[in-house]
Design a binder for this molecule. Structure first.
Ligand SMILES: [Zn+2]
Length: 427
């Protein structure tokens, strides 16, 4: 790849790695992306609230956002920029070539994970002096690399725009972790004219030098926050007058693990977090459990959600508490468009660095690119998700790494080759 683009891409990744931001608080990251896109010459850039449907936002805490906004202002992001974004993050750039042709969208996610980076001196970001400067937050899923690839692709597109036709939309998506961000972009309607959409993720089962075509195995998933509210009482005097939210949450948690498996495919249930109670001698008034379900098909996932609702209702009734269920994230399964898989395969085959191309279809994690692909498919378009490999030591771990100089050029190359194939002005 072009040396100048390569160097800028690596610098971008390392710069972003230093400043990780969790979902819906990516103010420094969004400002960085928008500034770079402007410098590159993009004229149509939508940022924050203008590239989402606020009604469809999932898993965003207004309190956390308010706090993080001040932190970002301290770090140098102009307050006017965040105000103009209405305190939302993410960006969408549109390049109209002026020549008739298809509308192609490329998606790059930008948020980090709540993981503390290792202090192991052998860990590449420590060695290279670009480790996370923010305690407890880390780009431990490689979205810094995704964003850097996206900006490199953005530059390549501008530099080659005279050879391209149609329209290209570059999506820098917030809050992929917890599958929270894509739904609001899908619901914005901004992708309804898209003919082709592509997304990627580093690592996973793809090894260094490999490109993986994701044909299945992406699990549909729903994330839920469940709150029980009881009644306080003196635990010695009047235990009979209290209503324990903690007991309701515990009973629900144990029952959730016992939901009968669905015959139609693999499923998952996890009660990941519980916060409950006020003090040793008080009947607990508040309890929160954060759970997720997954399913090999949307039907299996819906079945899990339905069972969760019954169990929560039953446990609340058993302990005479109130309850509330809030959806904080959602993703569906991947739609397999064989024609698009073929295009990605050809785009990868054309890269000398790619040693191997594999296909993935076993149940694994979830990915909210599926929400964008579903929207585009519902409106008559197509798309695909692929992985570019790296040696990562495990996603969401403190020693996650992606060997930026070796792995990112492959992601970059596949995206550019796809644009070349689909939006070439030559034909
Ligand atoms: Zn990820």
């Amino acid at each position: 790849m072009d040396r100048a683009i390569f160097e800028a891409m690596i610098n971008t990744r390392r710069q972003l790695h230093r400043r990780p931001e969790e979902g819906w608080t990516e103010f420094e990251t969004t400002y960085y992306i928008v500034s770079r896109l402007k410098t590159l010459g993009y004229e149509k850039i939508l940022a924050g609230a203008s590239c989402i449907n606020k009604e469809a936002v999932l898993g965003r805490s207004a309190e956390l956002v308010a706090r993080e906004k001040e932190r970002a202002v301290q770090a140098g992001v102009p307050r006017a920029f965040i105000d103009a974004c209405e305190d939302y993050t993410g960006a969408l750039a549109v390049l109209e070539t002026g020549r008739p042709g298809p509308v192609t969208a490329l998606r790059f996610d930008i948020d980090c994970v709540l993981v503390e980076e290792t202090d192991d001196p052998e860990h590449a970001p420590n060695k290279g002096g670009f480790a996370s400067e923010r305690k407890g937050l880390m780009h431990a899923c490689g979205h810094d690399g995704h964003t850097a690839v996206g900006l490199a692709v953005a530059r390549w597109i501008i530099e080659h725009k005279d050879e391209l036709s149609g329209t290209i939309k570059l999506i820098f998506q917030p809050a992929e972790e917890g599958v929270r961000g894509a739904a609001a972009i899908a619901a914005s309607g901004l992708l309804d004219d898209v003919d082709y959409i592509f997304g990627s993720h580093c690592g996973g089962k793809a090894k260094p030098g490999e490109v993986a075509l994701v044909r299945g195995g992406v699990l549909a998933s729903t994330k839920l926050d469940i709150r029980f509210t009881g009644k306080a009482s003196h635990a010695g005097n009047e235990p009979h007058k209290g209503r324990s939210a903690l007991m309701a949450a515990c009973a629900a948690s144990l029952m959730l693990a016992g939901i009968p498996r669905h015959g139609g495919g693999a499923s998952r249930i996890a009660v990941g977090k519980m916060i409950a109670g006020e003090g040793r001698n008080v009947t607990p008034v508040h309890a929160l459990i954060q759970i997720e379900v997954r399913g090999e098909t949307a039907e299996v996932n819906d079945y899990m959600v339905e069972n969760v609702k019954h169990i929560v209702k039953g446990a609340a009734e058993a302990y005479q508490t109130q309850y509330e269920i809030e959806k904080t994230g959602e993703a569906t399964t991947i739609i397999d468009h064989p024609e698009m898989q073929k295009l990605v395969r050809e785009a990868a085959q054309a890269l000398p660095e790619v040693k191997n191309i594999v296909e993935l279809s076993n149940p694994s994690g979830s990915e909210d690119f599926t929400a964008l692909l579903k929207r585009v498919t519902d409106k008559g378009g197509q798309g695909a998700l692929f992985r570019w490999g790296c040696r990562h030591n495990g996603h969401h771990k403190s020693d996650f790494d992606l060997q930026d100089e070796q792995s990112m050029p492959i992601g970059f190359g596949v995206f550019c080759n796809l644009v070349k194939k689909i939006n070439s002005a030559a034909c």
